[in-house]
Design a protein around this ligand. Sequence first.
Ligand code: DGP
Ligand code: NA
Ligand code: NA
Length: 212
Amino acid sequence: NGNGSLGGRGALIVLEGCDKAGKSTQCRLLVEALKKAGKPCHLYAFPDRTTEIGKVIDEYLRCTKNLSDEAIHLLFSTNRWEVMPKIRELLLNGESVVLDRYAFSGVAFSAAKGTLDLAWCMGPDVGLPQPDLVCFLNLSKEAASKRGDFGRERYEKTEFQDKVKSIFLKIQDPAYWKIIDADRTKEEVQSELFQLSIAAVDTSENKPILKL
Ligand code: DGP
Ligand code: NA
Ligand code: NA
């Protein structure tokens, strides 16, 4: 056990939100801050576009490949399952893991298409480790429009993102979700994320890893 005689596991911390909410920047800052505070930790982003399956997802998102809504949904989930043994190993070794998106993005983005049943969307991710903390970066429409235009990827359209957000808020589990006001400055958001994450690291040490 990499945590020596302390023996506790690491925490699984997830940042979720719509596109442009600032997740990737906040994830990077959070991992740096946790390390500085003496909490070993690692960053993973989903989708992981570097794997074989991730390359197909990348082509789908850049609209150079089309797949049925069901098929791409299952590939996004598979992309989480294929990285999970590594993440579980780190957690058991006493190291925390910060995830830039997780299964909740999987459900929200697929269900927002209107073609798939919500319960069906949740199925493939059942059994993945349940996070100790999910921070949902909640960006208002007004603040989102001030952050400039969307890129060109498949889901980057205002009406679609509105649907995604409403599904995120519907599927949230208050037991481990925190809704973070992402309209504030980068520093203010970071400070709240850091405090919540430190608390999650400290309280998760002796808890079992639950499943979604
Ligand atoms: P990102 O690299 O975080 O910008 O994510 C790329 C896009 O993919 C973004 O629009 C959100 C979407 N996305 C992330 N995870 C999933 C998923 O599991 N399923 C679906 N359908 N979309 C996802
Ligand atoms: Na994006
Ligand atoms: Na991102």
